[in-house]
Ligand binder design. Structure first.
Ligand code: NAP
Length: 277
């Protein structure tokens, strides 16, 4: 894809699922990638074991695959909900890669539960990672883009639940709804200074976050029934659209969220007429 080779990219939550696929995709395009992981470096053994389990792909294999492309790839630790972590993570990525051109705000969590039973701690936790974390990473990246006096790109990995309410996932829906205005407001504020900000809105994607249904054929079939294209997405399909939005082919796109959802945001229940016949 045009304009990705040699770019310095930071991917949050880059050790699993969509984030991992994005990191690998950019590396294959010849970019240098800083992969953010959360767990503490002094717990290295345990961290690696967790990364292996979550990603289904050993970390050294991932790094090997990425090194083959010839870029520089580093691991940077941070809990994106912690301001000091975010500030040092962005600085570390800049120092190790020699600058920053692209930020992918991918790290995200969800905590299900009836909305009237949710604890404030769990509500705050989801907002702190998904929305406040994305803002803090964007803030630090923008400072760096402006200091470099070079163009920059931010992609927020949102969700179809930016648009579709999701009962029992209140904090998640609220966080992704907020992400839409994070994308649009930053896009407007920095459009005149060479910084583009866009989002992708994944539909159901086969990753560890969906472990509740991906390995269960009956539950998967139920999920697919609700999707107009009748299948879930692969993480690589998210990575390809993310890369496009960061490429020079998307140079005139800012403030948009592209839904990559097999038609999920088209209201699948209206496939056949039922409301006015
Ligand atoms: P995943 O496999 O569970 O990966 C989530 C990643 O975020 C992990 O690497 C995780 O690292 C990281 N993370 C969580 N909390 C973090 C924190 N505080 N600081 C830094 N990293 C943190 O999930 P996924 O499906 O790839 O999700 C990636 C993004 O796509 C999320 O924003 C999610 O909302 C969005 N999305 C996914 C789907 C889907 O169907 N899969 C649909 C719509 C949107 P640890 O393991 O170390 O916590």
């Amino acid at each position: 894809m045009k304009g990705l080779k040699g770019k310095n990219v930071l991917v949050t939550g880059g050790t699993s699922g969509i984030g991992q696929a994005i990191a690998v995709y950019f590396a294959k395009e010849g970019a240098n990638v800083a992969i953010n992981y959360r767990s503490r470096s002094q717990e290295a053994e345990e961290t690696h074991a967790q990364i292996h389990a979550e990603s289904g792909q050993p970390m050294h294999d991932l790094m090997d695959e990425m090194e083959e492309s010839g870029g520089r790839h580093v691991l940077v630790r941070a809990d994106v909900s912690v301001e000091a972590d975010v500030v040092s993570m962005v600085q570390e990525a800049v120092d190790q890669l020699g600058g920053l051109d692209i930020l992918i705000n991918n790290a995200g969590i969800q905590i299900p539960g009836d909305s009237h039973e949710l604890t404030i701690d769990s509500f705050d936790r989801v907002l702190a990672v998904n929305l406040r974390g994305a803002y803090m990473c964007a803030r630090e990246a923008i400072k760096q883009f402006l200091a470099q006096n070079k163009p920059g790109v931010i992609i927020n990995v949102s969700s179809v639940h930016q648009e579709i309410p999701k009962p029992r996932f209140l904090s998640y829906s609220v966080s992704k709804g907020g992400m839409q205005n994070l994308t649009r407001t930053l896009a407007l504020e920095y459009a005149g200074r060479g910084i583009r900000v866009n989002g992708i809105g994944p539909g159901a994607t086969i990753t560890p976050i969906n472990r509740a249904w991906v390995d269960d054929p009956a539950k998967s079939a139920m999920v697919y029934e609700h999707i107009p294209m009748q299948r879930a997405a692969e993480s690589e399909e998210m990575a390809a659209v993310t890369a496009f939005l960061c490429s020079d082919d998307a140079a005139y796109i800012t403030g948009q969220t592209i839904f990559v959802d097999g038609g999920l945001t088209l209201y699948a229940d209206f496939r056949t007429a039922w409301s006015s016949e």
